[in-house]
Design a protein around this ligand. Structure first.
Ligand code: 4NP
Length: 167
């Protein structure tokens, strides 16, 4: 029997700044830990403003600076199919979370804010839209350390105790 894959969807407003970084960093971490086969990963926005677009150049550059390519991603809007399809829906801030809950309250049990997993404490991943490189670097750091903990959490939750979480 084949191993079930854990589905993780990162969600922000536009799907061009924060959630593409979430998707790219989480992909990087699962590959680094040799557990890519266990995961299905994607990202989406609650709004349709940037459907079909590449991630924001600020996000592309900061990811590239850290050896992660997100250039192949394209913006898409969260759909009703996403409500059922994913095991973990990871919102970047509380307003994303509220927007998703309005679509279906039933998803609350699998809906998290990324910074629920931040070792430096909970809160929102600030929106770097319209801000400079420092803002994108801050967001990158927050997302990276939170994704490390998220990966550990999911692996432990499913009893994959032997898999490490190398950053
Ligand atoms: P994101 O950032 O939600 O992190 O992708 C934003 C991108 C675009 C807009 C707002 C936030 N916008 O208003 O177009």
């Amino acid at each position: 029997m084949s191993q079930k894959r854990y589905g993780v969807l990162f969600v922000c407003l536009g799907n061009i700044c924060r959630s593409p970084l979430g998707e790219g960093i989480f992909r990087h971490l699962v590959a680094k830990n040799g557990v890519d086969g266990l995961f299905e990963i994607d990202s989406a926005g609650t709004a349709d403003y940037h459907v079909g677009e590449q991630p924001h150049t600020g996000s592309i550059h900061i990811a590239e600076k850290h050896g992660i390519s997100i250039v192949d991603q394209r913006g898409r809007q969260f759909t009703n199919d996403d409500l059922k399809r994913w095991d973990y829906i990871i919102a970047m801030d509380d307003s994303n979370r509220q927007n998703l809950l309005q679509l279906d309250k039933e998803i609350e049990r699998k809906l998290y804010r990324l910074r629920d997993f931040d070792p430096n404490g909970p809160g929102d991943v600030p929106d770097p839209w319209g801000r400079g490189e420092d803002a994108f670097q801050d967001v990158y750091n927050i997302i990276y350390r939170s994704c490390e903990n998220l990966l550990t959490h999911i692996l432990k939750e499913h009893g994959h105790v032997d898999e490490g979480t190398k950053s």
